[in-house]
Design a protein around this ligand. Structure first.
Ligand SMILES: C[S@@+](CC[C@H](N)C(=O)[O-])C[C@H]1O[C@@H](n2cnc3c(N)ncnc32)[C@H](O)[C@@H]1O
Length: 195
């Protein structure tokens, strides 16, 4: 992949951000409300400068059909860019199974299980720690990122990497995988909203 001069590779960026334990700039959390099958954004933190740019280039604003929080880009990202780490506590299968038994359903969705070097591991992001990766919503039809395992000093880190270019104002999404997620079975109306 050809890199812009001075720009670190996604793997290097991921390693740097995972080491600091901080999210990179360029994202906003917005609250989305679903009412009668349609959805709207309740609170926007996007700066006016960015809003102006979106308005100029986008004929439409957002299609949203979910509720709760979502993570939105407020800058442009290229395909292959490192976006965010799905941060949390790295635990083994035994501990993961235990927590699956004791956690409420609302917390279980924050447990990300994956295979690493032939072992089942889990990042438990149930704790509200202010990080953004744990707030990224599912889209199995047209996601703009995917979750990659990036190994830093022998430890696996779950990192969201852009799968296409992402414009300011777009919600960051990835495919949560093939489970029967309840929201996927609902027929949700898609409504356009302008602000
Ligand atoms: C890892 S959390 C994502 C952040 C979450 N929206 C929040 O406000 O905490 C996963 C939860 O988000 C919601 N969610 C994620 N993707 C969704 C989607 N496509 N449609 C509806 N709800 C979704 C579901 O409630 C799910 O249990």
């Amino acid at each position: 992949m050809k890199l812009r001069r001075g720009k670190a590779s996604p793997k290097k960026e991921a390693a740097d951000f995972t080491a600091t334990g901080k999210d990179r700039d360029g994202f906003d959390v917005k609250y989305i409300s679903s009412d009668k099958g349609s959805s709207r954004i309740l609170r926007m933190k996007t700066p006016n400068s960015v809003r102006g740019r979106i308005g100029k280039h986008w004929p439409y604003r957002f299609f949203l059909s979910r509720s709760g929080r979502g993570v939105f880009s407020c800058v442009h990202f290229n395909k292959g860019d490192f976006l965010l780490e799905y941060r949390g506590q790295l635990i083994n299968k035994l501990e993961c199974d235990h927590r699956q038994k004791v956690y409420h359903d609302a917390l279980k969705v924050f447990m990300f299980e994956f295979c690493f070097n032939g072992k089942l591991l889990c990042v438990d992001a149930a704790r509200e720690d202010g990080s953004l990766g744990r707030l990224v919503n599912d889209d199995h039809i047209n996601p703009n990122s995917n979750m990659k395992i990036i190994t830093v000093k022998g430890t696996p880190h779950l990192c969201l990497i852009a799968t296409r270019s992402i414009n300011p104002g777009e919600e960051i999404t990835y495919n949560y995988g093939d489970s029967e997620w309840p929201w996927r079975s609902k027929v949700l109306k898609m409504t356009l909203h302008c602000y």
